[in-house]
Ligand binder design. Structure first.
Ligand code: MN
Length: 147
């Protein structure tokens, strides 16, 4: 099975899903393409390509499952727990279980990345008010996070 690469980080036989950009939906300017969806029993993973438009951001969330992320395009910043990292193309990032994480396209350009997850996974959880306030105890994190 080949998904041929098309211009502008598209793949054939693959739909481009666009998130709505409404206040309170917890993400901004993000598209998703599913490149692999656990087609083999001994490879029970889903590989997605996300692209966050300039100044956009992913959902600030946590869950029990882990993510393996490979930056494919652009530069940006990520929150991993209480750490903020600058990232660029070809960087590899892992988000462990039960860890708040957020990716932001902070450099005036899109941020594109592959994200590998288990097919069987729990649903993301948004921070409660208490968790939000806890995150904001770190001034750098307070300045970084969006919702
Ligand atoms: Mn996540």
């Amino acid at each position: 099975m080949l998904l041929q690469n098309l211009p502008d980080f598209r793949w054939d036989k693959t739909s481009l899903m666009t998130y709505k950009e409404e206040p309170g939906t917890h993400y901004k300017g993000t598209t998703r393409q599913v490149l692999f969806d656990g087609a083999f029993p001994d490879l029970p993973v889903q590989l997605r390509y996300f692209e966050i438009q300039a100044d956009g951001y992913s959902t600030l969330e946590k869950h029990q499952h882990a993510h393996l992320v490979v930056i494919m395009q652009g530069k940006g910043q990520v929150l991993d727990g209480d750490q903020i990292h600058s990232v660029e193309t070809n960087d590899v990032i892992t988000f462990g279980p039960d860890t708040f994480h957020q990716l932001r396209a902070t450099e005036g350009e899109p941020l594109g990345f592959l994200c590998l997850v288990n097919v069987d996974r729990d649903r993301p959880v948004l921070p409660s008010e208490e968790e939000w306030n806890k995150l904001c105890e770190n001034p750098q994190v307070a300045e970084f996070i969006r919702r």
